[in-house]
Design a protein around this ligand. Structure first.
Ligand SMILES: [Zn+2]
Length: 256
């Protein structure tokens, strides 16, 4: 199956166009703007079939109504959030068939209270919950909720491809190296990310296997990370969720 196409928007967002078995039909994920999507779709002769929205922030929703009106397509969005243009409110565990793919809904609160991810054919569209080498900020939910959401994503099959909504990988890796400098996987992944960005390519998708090796927010149970964070003055023993909360606060203040 073809990979999803990244349409860059704003400074560092990606709007993903997801192909199906009939590759001209695409799902549009988190269109914060309509114009770059229309441009990408029309240049390639694609047929938008539906819109998937992960959460209510404007950089994920701003283009929804214009695209839905132009292409007369349904809009799937979390039932727990008020998102203009929603035609199908989705909840955890819901599965829906479309001409592009069958999608399964995972509720992953933390960044926002109603945030969802969409899973299809080992492709994960996770909005602002999981980033490569990082995770979303806690705007509405608690650290406990976000940690549980991330553990849920980390438990997906390792080959699952991870399509995040922002290109934050290189700056996230600076923090990852700060808290776990002995992890050579982070070093190698950073070299790869730099090569891709220098060539003008997205660093995404990553995979769940990659993230389990390099993402400190999925590694809260690892002794090497715990030991180095303690050397930096962090908590010596804590539950995974409390340790996650410390890491998330440090990342908020990190000047890498
Ligand atoms: Zn957001």
């Amino acid at each position: 199956m073809d990979d999803a196409l990244a349409v860059p928007a704003f400074r560092d967002n990606y709007i993903w166009l997801v192909p199906g078995p009939e590759p001209r039909d695409v799902a549009i994920v988190d269109p914060g703007l309509a114009e770059p999507v229309i441009d990408a779709v029309e240049r390639r002769g694609l047929h938008p079939a539906l819109i998937l929205c992960t959460h209510h922030h404007g950089d994920h929703t701003g283009g929804i109504e214009a695209l839905a009106a132009r292409y007369r397509i349904p809009v799937y969005a979390p039932a727990a959030e008020a998102i203009p243009g929603t035609t199908v409110g989705v909840r955890d565990g819901q599965v829906f068939d479309t001409s592009v793919a069958t999608f399964r809904v995972l509720e992953v609160p933390g960044h926002t209270r109603g945030h969802v991810a969409y899973l299809s054919d080992e492709r994960l569209f996770c909005g602002d919950t999981l980033f490569s080498a990082g995770c979303g900020r806690l705007f509405e939910g608690t650290a406990f909720q976000m940690h549980a959401s991330l553990m849920r994503l980390a438990a997906l099959p390792p080959q699952t491809r991870v399509y995040c909504a922002h290109e934050y990988t290189i700056s996230n890796l600076r923090f990852a190296r700060h808290v776990e400098p002995d992890n050579d996987d982070i070093l190698h992944y950073a070299q790869r990310a730099r090569r891709l960005r220098d060539a003008g390519q997205p660093t995404l998708p990553s995979t769940i296997a990659d993230e389990r090796r390099i993402n400190p927010f999925l590694r809260t149970h690892h002794a090497s990370l715990r030991a180095h964070v303690a050397r930096l003055g962090g908590p010596k023993s804590d539950t995974d969720a409390a340790f996650f909360a410390t890491l998330r606060r440090w990342k908020d203040d990190f000047q890498g």
